[in-house]
Design a protein around this ligand. Structure first.
Ligand SMILES: Nc1ncnc2c1ncn2[C@@H]1O[C@H](COP(=O)(O)OP(=O)(O)OP(=O)(O)O)[C@@H](O)[C@H]1O
Ligand SMILES: [Mg+2]
Length: 242
């Protein structure tokens, strides 16, 4: 079997000051293999973003290990962690997190510049991504002029700029209308069909069903189900879609 992209072992995380209630994550173990598209579903507060942040090296577990492509992410120092994110991870967020005073192209170029990619090469890659994602006509616009769906496609282009082995998305359709949400989920499905490994956090079962093959369900910081997305049953589906 191939090396896992993500390997969590007995991960435990409790935030400072939250001594009451369940920890954000408890005893979470999870393996994600190359080419998988995994949805992380669960009610608000169940630990979905915490899980994603640990994989991205933005947070550390209290105990347990987080390994991504063979790298112990939980053991990286700050500089190495930033470098890890630049080279290994693309991230997409609910509210796009674009820089409004940079053009679409400059937003997309940013990760390449931080990674020191040659300008010409970076420019070609950015243009190619904008074209693939159908937003090339907005290349010189500022994000504030774009629709939510267009902004999210810019965010996806930026996330893919450095060809990260792993794409993480936290509620990528949460701020979009239904049609734009469907565009973004089709985009994620296409990327996965081309081999991109994806983990997408969502409340939206329709999103999970349209772009993932495996669904993990979190409840109070624990994985309570891990199954084929197509196998999710009606009652479960309704709960997941809440
Ligand atoms: N920075 C923080 N400091 C303290 N507690 C936090 C922090 N971030 C999250 N928590 C707590 O940890 C638990 C899990 O939060 P998390 O953000 O992972 O949930 P989530 O599943 O992403 O929820 P949502 O669907 O609302 O985004 C919650 O109880 C939350 O209040
Ligand atoms: Mg969250």
């Amino acid at each position: 079997m191939s090396t896992p992209v993500i390997e969590l072992r007995d991960v435990h995380r409790r935030y400072d000051g939250s001594s009451e209630g369940p920890p954000a994550l408890r005893q979470v173990s999870l393996t994600v293999r190359p080419g998988e598209a995994v949805a992380v579903l669960g009610p608000s507060g169940s630990g979905k973003s915490t899980l994603l942040n640990l994989v991205a090296g933005l947070d550390r577990p209290d105990t347990g290990t987080v390994t991504v492509n063979g790298v112990r992410v939980d053991a990286l120092g700050e500089t190495a962690s930033a470098r890890y994110r630049r080279s290994q991870i693309g991230m997409v967020f609910q509210f796009f997190n674009l820089l409004d005073d940079l053009t679409v192209t400059d937003n997309v170029l940013l990760p390449a510049q931080l990674a020191g990619m040659a300008r010409g090469k970076a420019g070609r890659r950015a243009a190619e991504l904008l074209e693939t994602l159908g937003i090339d006509r907005h290349a010189h616009a500022y994000p504030g002029r774009l629709s939510g769906g267009e902004r999210q496609r810019v965010a996806v282009a930026r996330a893919l700029m450095n060809r990260p082995p792993l794409l993480l998305a936290d509620e990528p359709t949460g701020a979009l209308d239904t049609a734009s949400g469907e565009d973004v989920s089709r985009l994620l499905a296409d990327l996965n069909a081309d081999g991109q490994t994806i983990v997408v956090v969502t409340h939206d079962l329709a999103l999970a069903q349209s772009c993932t093959t495996r669904t993990i369900r979190l409840l109070d910081g624990r994985i309570v189900a891990d199954q084929g997305t197509g196998d999710i049953e009606g009652s479960f589906a309704r709960e997941g879609a809440r």
